[in-house]
Design a protein around this ligand. Structure first.
Ligand code: MGD
Ligand code: MGD
Ligand code: SF4
Ligand code: MO
Length: 745
């Protein structure tokens, strides 16, 4: 049995960063006590923050040296997201501040788009330029022709600004490229989403089923820690993954499924659980609707049927179904997070939700808990103007279940030849590198070429800033205040981020940028506080705290109002679905013209000599955003392509050899990638870590290192239910030498 510490060590693997502070993961926690810190003769002055290196938002302390230089970041012991410990990426976050390749000053483009010729500009000039263009777009096409793409903690400011301007076309890649299908599937089933951090009660679970969720490489701190605790307590882990992931290495059962066939496995599990009477009868009778229809629907989906599709032996399907049933209700069939895989993703996650319902895990200890959140008032602002059109008018009738704007639909609506019902003419892009995050890159570039204005707000010179008309440099999270972190968790809590150092160069905080734009657009009333600290103090005073208190404590946690983390015995629960029940059969889907119960539909197979391209995370990086970070680069400089030995033999590939990948549409990776020969990947697929292969020369440390999965994802399997971009329907083959034509292109 692997101990908790081993698991964390394995999944962290970022020993380099840890060594920077003290050597081992556990030791970092020690330093958070003042006595130890004083032994190290450092200035005890510390400022609170929450991490921006990924979206788990761990709260921590930033320490400075006696010379006042930012020294290190450690977790805040009071914080539920981190429990006082940061992951290697979070610890290495200091590198974002020190990265000398950072954006330094506002830039205005002087040559044609994409050529990347800019001149430096003052903030006033940049604001005036943007405001003039936005006013022009508004008068020519209407304010609805502006779109905002945004991710990260600055989103609230630009969302407010965009709505005040008159547009509701606001999309985050964390919806249609990430969690969207899961949110809609759980909404349709339980009337509630699973939030971020996920409400999975992993620490108390007896059985954790991971379908593609590669926790351990996917480093969401609290989740990893809870999984380690569960491992110590003897949890059974069942991992379904075509690749032997870190999590698979900790599992009692590894099901190396044929990619794209998960729905068949899920249906067979549902069949086993129903027809062996394994399901939680009392729970299903009391809380669920549509059971008889579900039973009828799955009657032929036996483990033998699924074997022919998934390549998972019937016996293994039966055994794992029994394991789940034995642990019920303390079992979690993990909903996943990045779930936009094959275009039938909402249906796949619906099957996951149904399975959880049958096992009675929703609302139960070791299953899914009820989250609690602080209610914090927002600033009083005028009513937003009502937009005449929204993103749904671009392609009427498409993606009827989408509850958030779909980024790829807004991109498609920026291309006139798609004849959208509303043509998008301007983009504000904040904290998202669309060129690397949205599949089918040529479409994104085509859309950009049709715009009247594109503004990029970023900390680094990324691919997207290269395409912008105006680049606005934000300071890093270590140099700014931000909105309070108010997240749902077991206990309600808030966390403060404040500057640990002055903003470098001419960079500014997101709040200041948004306010500057608002003033120039005549929308100042929507950002009534000149300084963010005034707003924070006002907000905090409304809830009985203050900015001064939060600067001292960093995190404030309160007790829950009621003891209702889990459903009480026989509690009458009204779910927020149409029927008030957990809907095994979704009437809402049926009414919208979709299958009310999930079905398996076969997907395209790779042609001879091609392999399915699958991708995931590496523990020491977050997408492409950390690759140039001086503290993190060295931990993993480039990605490699995982190739099964059978395949490498057939192709004569050697371990460590550099090759190029070419996809089904003839796209060849810009940069070569190293071959890693391993039994840990099925023979029908290849695997690589997302985020590498940066083409921006200004990123000195990571330019041209490794290959980009996004570049090779030109075929997109769109989920008709909510618009998610399935990215795993692409196939690649190996190129050992580039032809002249390929080099030129
Ligand atoms: N091919 C492929 N595509 C994917 C994925 C995949 O695995 N493979 N994953 C998908 C998923 S799950 C997600 S959530 C999305 C994520 O997509 P994105 O949110 O676009 O993620 P990043 O690539 O990290 O881009 C973040 C950008 O924000 C900038 N940034 C960092 N900190 C700050 C800051 O403080 N302020 C500002 N203004 N900018 C900052 C970074 O420099 C970077 O340019 O990508 C999706 N797209
Ligand atoms: N270190 C680190 N951690 C992160 C992030 C990061 O950038 N870096 N990003 C965060 C974000 S925004 C997200 S959304 C999450 C994403 O994390 P997850 O939700 O865990 O990611 P996925 O991309 O869905 O899963 C990748 C896994 O799916 C497997 N897989 C591929 N195809 C199939 C298939 O057909 N069936 C099955 N069963 N498995 C398949 C791959 O082999 C790989 O192990 O990670 C988060 N955590
Ligand atoms: S999981 Fe790591 S990178 Fe993400 S917020 Fe927490 S410390 Fe930062
Ligand atoms: Mo994501």
């Amino acid at each position: 049995m692997t101990s908790r510490r081993d698991f964390i060590k394995i999944s962290a693997m970022g020993a380099g960063v840890l060594a920077m502070s003290s050597g081992t993961y556990g030791a970092i926690k020690l330093i958070s006590s003042p006595e130890n810190a004083s032994k190290l003769r450092v200035d005890l002055k510390r400022t609170p923050t929450y991490c921006e290196v990924c979206f788990w938002k761990c709260a921590g302390w930033v320490y400075k040296t006696s010379e006042g230089k930012i020294w290190k970041i450690i977790g805040n012991d009071e914080d539920q997201h981190s429990n006082g410990r940061f992951c290697p990426r979070g610890t290495g976050g200091v590198g974002m501040y020190y990265d000398e390749d950072r954006l330094k000053t506002p830039l205005i483009r002087v040559k044609e788009r994409g050529k990347q010729v800019f001149r430096e500009a003052s903030w006033d000039e940049a604001f005036e330029y943007i405001a003039a263009k936005m006013k022009d777009i508004s008068s020519k096409y209407g304010p609805e022709s502006m779109a905002l793409f945004t991710h990260g903690s600055g989103s609230a400011y630009y969302t407010n600004l965009t709505k005040a301007y008159g547009s509701s076309n606001i999309a985050e890649p964390s919806y249609a490229q990430c969690r969207g299908p899961r949110d809609e599937a759980f909404m349709a089933t339980f009337g509630e989403e699973v939030y971020s951090p996920e409400i999975t009660d992993i620490r108390d679970t007896k059985c954790l089923v991971l379908i593609g969720s590669h926790i351990g490489e996917n480093m969401h701190n609290g989740q990893i820690q809870e999984m380690s605790d569960a491992i110590d307590k003897g949890v059974t882990i069942i991992t379904v993954d075509p690749r032997f992931s870190t999590a698979a290495g900790k599992s009692k059962f590894w099901l190396p499924i044929k990619p794209s066939t998960d729905i068949a496995l899920l249906l067979a599990w549902i069949n086993e659980i129903i027809f062996n009477d394994y399901y939680d009868k009392k729970y299903v009778e009391k809380y669920c609707s549509g059971f008889d229809k579900l039973k009828e629907h799955v009657k032929d989906f036996t483990p033998e049927w699924a074997y022919g599709i998934t390549t998972i032996k019937p016996d293994l399907i039966r055994k794992t179904a029994k394991e789940m049933a034995d642990a019920s209700p303390s079992v979690i069939v993990h909903p996943g997070r990045h779930v936009t895989w094959y275009g039938d993703d909402t249906q796949r996650v619906r099957a996951v939700a149904i399975l959880n319902a049958l096992l009675g895990s929703w609302g139960r200890r070791g299953g899914f808990y009820r989250p609690a959140k602080f209610a914090v008032p927002s600033a009083k602002i005028p009513k937003y103007p009502e937009p005449k059109k929204t993103w749904t008018d671009a392609f009427p009738g498409k993606y009827p279940i989408a509850s958030s704007p779909v980024s790829n639909a807004l991109i498609a609506a920026s291309i006139p030849e798609n004849k959208p019902g509303i043509l998008i003419k301007g983009w504000i892009v904040n904290g998202t590198n669309l060129i690397s995050s949205i599949p089918n890159r040529p479409d994104t570039i085509k859309a950009i070429q049709n715009l009247d204005l594109i503004v990029a707000i970023d900390t680094m010179p990324m691919e997207i800033t290269g395409w912008a008309d105006v680049v606005l440099p934000e300071c890093t999270y270590l140099e700014r205040y931000d909105a309070l972190r108010i997240s749902p968790y077991r206990k309600p809590a808030i966390a403060l981020r404040m500057p640990a150092a002055e903003a470098k160069n001419s960079t500014r905080s997101g709040y200041n940028i948004a306010r500057g734009l608002a003033v120039n657009l005549g929308l100042e009333a929507y950002v009534p506080f000149e300084k963010q600290e005034e707003l924070l103090d006002w907000q905090l005073k409304q809830i009985g705290s203050s900015l001064e208190e939060m600067q001292r404590v960093g995190v404030k946690t309160s007790e829950r109002e009621a003891d209702d983390l889990y459903f009480a015995e026989n509690e009458d629960v009204v779910f927020s679905t149409d029927s008030g029940k957990i809907e095994l059969f979704s009437k809402a889907f049926e009414d919208a013209g979709f299958d009310p119960l999930p079905k398996y539909v076969a997907h395209e197979e790779p042609a001879e000599g091609f392999y399915r391209l699958i991708y995931g995370r590496a523990p020491m990086h977050t997408f492409g955003r950390t690759l140039n970070n001086p503290n993190l680069t060295d931990l993993m400089k480039e990605n490699s392509v995982w190739v099964n030995p059978k395949v490498s033999k057939e192709w004569g590939l050697k371990a460590g050899q550099y090759i190029w990948l070419k996809n089904q549409d003839g796209v060849v990776s810009d940069f070569p990638i190293k071959v890693r020969i391993t039994e840990r990947i099925r023979w029908d697929s290849i695997y690589m870590v997302h985020g590498f292969g940066h083409g921006q020369k200004q990123l000195e440390r990571c330019f041209g290192k490794g290959a980009s999965d996004t570049q090779l994802i030109t075929k997109v399997l769109i989920d008709p239910i909510m618009g998610g971009t399935g990215m795993r329907g692409n196939f690649v083959t190996f190129v050992t030498e580039k032809t002249e034509k390929e080099v030129a292109s």
